[in-house]
Design a protein around this ligand. Structure first.
Ligand code: NAD
Ligand code: IPM
Ligand code: MN
Length: 351
């Protein structure tokens, strides 16, 4: 029995997570999927009510008692500092050492991409985003705060171990999935020190994978090429901040943030699966959010937990629902969040 912690979070998080949980329920009933779900109410409401973000002992509890975590989204306009999201989301990524942020970019249907004349097989790559350091290390400080001479320092940390393990993960993935090229994106023409480390480690690691082409692009050029010619990418590896930005571009070219999935992974340890999108406050409570990002995220979680066949079935059901236009408005359909989830469940069928 696999145990899954469910943390729906804020805004549209609960609405889309409910649909992913509905899919799990259906797989439990019809396919004998053996998982146990436990809900956690961590998020903006709890923080505003009790002052608690990530409760004491939460990370130890998750590690000891769960195999995976299904997250929704974190962020609320009533908390402009974003403190609770930082504590909960970045707290789990860093605290559980989830160093791989795996974000697939796959076009499910030709009509979804805003790019012209792109076939589904031309937008099909994965991004390995470093997920525990870089610009997300919260290191820095103010001098002369609030004065005209104010200085704000915002540091970026790149460790040899951190850079190496994400690059190795990207090459290992390429090898295991018969991908023939890994492209590393950095800004080493300006960021001399961190960039230099990424360059050296990338070359060293690549030497161990002679059958895989090791390619490099500056991140600004990659943002452009991702729009102009996404077919050149198979596996991308990059740092935390660049990976955040590039995967929103990736989400856009596959049809929008509403269907982009993501896993925060440390192989062999409890890992966190959450869609790429945020809490989308303007959409919250309206029943219009697209649940596909959350449902494809669930498919990634099922694969991680060893349920490969069920993961494939969920993905296929999503593909069919999309090609039959059984979608929310962001993808051109007319369904509510709940109806879109139900349509995918119906496509899964009873078996
Ligand atoms: P967002 O992802 O919430 O929304 C950006 C745009 O995408 C909006 O136009 C929204 O309507 C659209 N969108 C997002 N998800 C959608 C869905 N499921 N269906 C249809 N349309 C969808 O990003 P934002 O507006 O920059 O941020 C809002 C809040 O979410 C902020 O507090 C931010 O910090 C937080 N955030 C959290 C996460 C996370 O929890 N992983 C990720 C990104 C942003
Ligand atoms: C994401 C989000 C987060 C990030 C924010 C909410 C901290 O944008 O998951 O992509 O920057 O990683
Ligand atoms: Mn992001």
């Amino acid at each position: 029995m696999k145990r899954i912690a469910v943390i729906p979070g804020d805004g549209i998080g609960p609405e889309v997570t409910r649909e992913a949980v509905r899919v799990i329920g259906h797989l439990q009933e019809t396919r004998g999927l053996e998982v146990e779900l436990v809900d956690f109410d961590w998020g903006a409401e709890k923080f505003l009510r009790d002052g608690v973000t990530l409760p004491d002992g939460a990370l130890e509890m998750l590690s000891a008692e769960f195999h995976a975590i299904l997250g929704g989204a974190f962020g609320d306009p009533r908390i402009p500092t974003n403190k609770h999201a930082e504590d909960i989301l970045l707290g789990m990524r860093r605290g559980l050492d989830l160093y791989i942020n795996l974000r697939p970019v796959r076009l499910l249907h030709e009509r979804l991409t805003p790019l012209t004349n792109r076939k589904t097989n031309e937008i099909d790559f994965v991004v390995f985003r470093e997920n525990t350091e870089g610009a997300y290390c919260a290191a820095g400080g103010f001098l002369k705060h609030g004065t005209a001479d104010e200085i704000a320092l915002q540091d970026e940390i790149n460790t040899r171990r951190g850079v190496e393990r994400i690059i190795v993960a990207a090459f290992e993935y390429a090898r295991a999935n018969s991908r023939t090229k890994v492209t590393m994106a950095d800004k080493s023409n300006v960021q001399r020190f961190g960039g230099d480390l990424w360059q050296r480690v990338f070359k060293e690691v690549a030497a161990g994978y002679p059958e895989i082409a090791a390619n490099h692009q500056y991140v600004d050029a990659m943002a452009m090429h991702m729009v102009l010619d996404p077919s050149q990418y198979q596996v991308i590896v990059t740092n935390n901040l660049f990976g955040d930005i590039l995967t929103d571009v990736g989400a856009a070219i596959q049809g929008g943030l509403g269907l982009a999935a993501s896993g925060n992974i440390h192989p062999g340890k409890v890992s966190l699966f959450e869609p790429v999108h945020g809490s989308a406050p303007p959409l919250a409570g309206k029943g219009v959010a697209n649940p596909i990002g959350s449902i494809l995220t669930l498919a990634m979680m099922l694969e991680y937990l060893g349920f490969q066949k069920l993961s494939d079935e969920v993905e296929q059901a999503v593909r069919t629902a999309v090609s039959e236009n059984e979608t929310t408005r962001d993808l051109g359909g007319e369904l509510s969040t709940e109806q879109a989830g139900a349509a995918i469940v119906a496509r899964l069928g009873k078996h």
